[in-house]
Design a protein around this ligand. Structure first.
Ligand SMILES: NC(=O)c1ccc[n+]([C@@H]2O[C@H](COP(=O)([O-])OP(=O)(O)OC[C@H]3O[C@@H](n4cnc5c(N)ncnc54)[C@H](O)[C@@H]3O)[C@@H](O)[C@H]2O)c1
Length: 280
């Protein structure tokens, strides 16, 4: 199987942290990328790529940008916890424009979902990818809704999706939580490549974390269908980071960490989730 897609690939959120990493890495593999973002692209445009500034709110622009593309790697939008009114435009309406474009082009969507769509699962429990969504804020809620939108477009229109439930994608882990949730840039790039080039993926979710010994939160996802296995590990940072804790019981209890604690207003402790069969 070739690791180079036959058609150009649209990459949204190209000017963001992960967009810049992927634009560089995929272009170096000879991919033809249509890069877009609401912010200017801060680096030299890689060979074989073009960049167009666009707002995800503009459905006509998104349709035009997707013309002739075989896949859309969708990273654009609000990427942190923000008030509802700020999240809904880019992350819900913007995603709808992406799916309409994918439907028209018969393109696959690789959607940057997030661990925050399942952030209120206990860290002590290991959950499969088809577990209940337990979003930890408006941002996580938009990612859960986004996955549901992808599922609807698969069942109703045959639009394929890979949902990347990214943990913490950055050059290095920086605290004890990331000893579990860290996803190296190399593993992210491999995951995105497999998500684009593997034939007939249907609609699958994959936990986006490297091969970290402490990653005991998640199991059973679509990685085998993609032929993806992470290679990197946060383990070498254990001695340095294992005591870098928040001191906040809510943050340390749940998968979503600090996002769970933002605006947390329960008087009593949150109940443990016990509604999903088969969770161990
Ligand atoms: N970095 C991580 O660890 C991580 C973890 C989980 C999920 N994700 C998801 O991965 C994606 C990329 O993450 P990132 O860390 O690169 O985020 P980022 O904030 O650096 O990049 C997001 C990009 O989206 C663009 N954008 C925002 N609103 C837009 C709009 N209306 N129209 C067009 N572009 C718009 C921004 O300008 C920005 O460049 C995001 O969707 C994020 O939610 C990232």
């Amino acid at each position: 199987m070739t690791d180079k897609p036959a058609k150009p690939v649209l990459l949204t959120g190209a000017s963001g942290a992960l967009g810049r990493v992927l634009a560089k890495a995929l272009a170096a593999m000879g991919w033809k990328l249509v890069l877009t973002d609401i912010a200017p692209f801060p680096d030299p445009i890689p060979a074989g790529c073009r960049f167009t500034k666009a707002d995800l709110a503009n459905g006509v622009d998104i349709l035009r940008l997707a013309e002739g593309c075989g896949a859309i790697i969708h990273l654009g939008g609000v990427s942190v916890e923000r008030p509802f009114e700020e999240v809904i435009g880019p992350n819900i309406r913007g995603l709808y424009h992406i799916y309409e474009a994918a439907r028209r082009e018969k393109a696959r969507v690789i959607f940057a979902s997030s661990n925050h769509s399942v952030g209120f699962h206990e860290r002590s429990v290991t959950v499969p990818a088809d577990t209940q969504f337990l979003p930890d804020g408006f941002y996580g809620l938009s990612k859960a809704y986004g996955e549901l939108m992808g599922r609807m477009y698969w069942f109703k229109h045959g639009v394929e999706s890979v949902f990347l439930r990214i943990g913490s994608a950055r050059d290095e882990p920086i605290d004890a939580r990331m000893l579990a949730s860290w996803l190296s840039y190399g593993d992210l790039t491999d995951l995105v490549v497999r998500s684009v080039v593997t034939k007939n993926v249907g609609c699958v979710a994959v936990w986006g974390a490297s091969k970290n010994t402490r990653m005991t939160w998640w199991r059973d996802d679509g990685r085998a269908a993609l032929g993806w296995e992470p290679k990197d590990s946060a383990d070498s940072f254990t001695a340095q980071l294992q005591n870098v804790l928040s001191g906040d019981p809510v943050q340390e209890r749940f998968v979503g960490g600090g996002y769970c604690a933002i605006d947390y207003s329960r008087d009593e402790q949150a109940p443990a989730w016990s509604g999903a069969a088969g969770e161990a």
